[in-house]
Design a binder for this molecule. Sequence first.
Ligand code: HEC
Length: 272
Amino acid sequence: MKSIVFFVLLIGSVLSSAACSSAGSDNVEATTTQTATNNEPSNGMMGMGGSMMARHHASIPNEYAGLTNPMPADDASIERGGEIYVTNCASCHGDGGMGDGPAAAGLDPAPAPIAHTSQMLGDDYLYWRVSEGGAMEPFNSTMIAWKTVLDEDDRWDVINYVQALGSGQVMPQQGMGGAAYDPDAEEERQAEMLAEAVAQEVITEEEAVVFAATHGLVDGQMIRNREGASGNMDYRMADALAELVVAGKLTQAQADTFASVHDRLAKAGLMQ
Ligand code: HEC
């Protein structure tokens, strides 16, 4: 982890060498399951649609693709969502939505840190996942299909609550236990993950530097765009990267490196 911090200091000197030379060869296993057109990055600049099995890159079924939350995220909705969350979700996802409830131990895959991931994923993805659960490819998880238990309004309310939890708008309710989202802990976890990826030769040290230095910017852009957003992680990330390039905050090479690193980390199972 120390070496990552050190390399971040060197960022300026290595950015120019960080083009994504290996992205092409990594993408050859693209699947043909990408059907819903609005899952495709609108700008098409990185060509990363549908090539991964990691859950955030799954194609959203047509039935759900493009939906946005019709329930305004007002106090009433968040309060209703909080009650639903405590009763139905906290046992696995934890009070703070970080995937560490008492029932989480031993679950493989582990409950997702939804307070955080819900900031970055589209409404349609979240609603699909809450509705249909995880007993299918590529998830194969114990995530419950809530559409048989919670009506549509309930499902949108609980999504509003989870997003409010992750943005710090509401405090976790004490009940089941589990941590709140902690940016410092997240930073540390990410530095360790990057060091591990370098050790496994999934990415180079230079790429780790670019990723570490740009991750906050990309996350921030995705969070700013969150309201009314749809699409899976690929789609939303590609949009955010394109905007940052247009705004002059990232170079095209940095954006390409970010996307390529993200892709390889997910494929290597190193990313949550
Ligand atoms: C029995 C444990 C369990 C319960 C209860 C549970 N979940 Fe999950 N959930 C999981 C697991 C495990 C995953 C990760 C694997 C997956 O994505 O299917 C998950 C994933 C998710 C995801 C996808 C997040 C992402 O980053 O892809 C969302 C959204 C979600 N849960 C919301 C909820 C909500 C809302 C409730 C309550 C209404 C709930 N879950 C209750 C186990 C659970």
